[in-house]
Ligand binder design. Sequence first.
Ligand SMILES: CC(C)(COP(=O)(O)OP(=O)(O)OC[C@H]1O[C@@H](n2cnc3c(N)ncnc32)[C@H](O)[C@@H]1OP(=O)(O)O)[C@@H](O)C(=O)NCCC(=O)NCCS
Length: 152
Amino acid sequence: MKIRKAKIKDIDSMQKVIRESILATHKELYPQEDMEETFNNYTVEKLKKYILNDDYFVAEDNNEIVGCVLAKEDKMRSLYVLPSQMGKGLGRKLAEIAEKSIKDNGYKRVWLWSSLIAHDFYKHIGYKDVKDIPNEDGLLLHIEMEKYLDPV
Ligand SMILES: CC(C)(COP(=O)(O)OP(=O)(O)OC[C@H]1O[C@@H](n2cnc3c(N)ncnc32)[C@H](O)[C@@H]1OP(=O)(O)O)[C@@H](O)C(=O)NCCC(=O)NCCS
């Protein structure tokens, strides 16, 4: 397993990871339109912009992209692991790489919007709740969380 910076040529595979990861975990709790909204956050154009301007990482296993994470300024986004690879430590590893990148860029704190599915995972790796983020219909679908990074 190798974790490296994402390249433009990875975009199709990244979209596949994001889609499969969401479809495997979000169906029970999230309305279809909210899942579509999340997919729309990761169009080819948007991914291209993030790859060129921010720190986007992918995990590659036997030439297959199996996970990704985006460090955008002090925000961690887009942490997705392919369903077949979940529960093997990859999510934690990707989160640590994003945290290091955010720290290297001079920030002392990381924040994120957790899905309901990932909330206990983020708590387990040291994140604390900041506030609830309801959708337009008042449904609670995300929780803002934060973690202060250890000084060097
Ligand atoms: C959430 C997600 C990124 C976690 O990745 P993962 O590779 O399955 O998790 P890991 O195997 O790295 O787990 C790391 C640790 O967290 C724990 N953990 C994982 N999921 C957990 C959960 N739902 N609740 C509590 N602890 C959890 C593991 O037991 C492990 O503990 P340990 O290191 O002390 O043994 C992954 O399941 C995923 O992609 N989910 C769907 C997409 C999603 O919701 N992404 C977040 C968008 S905000």
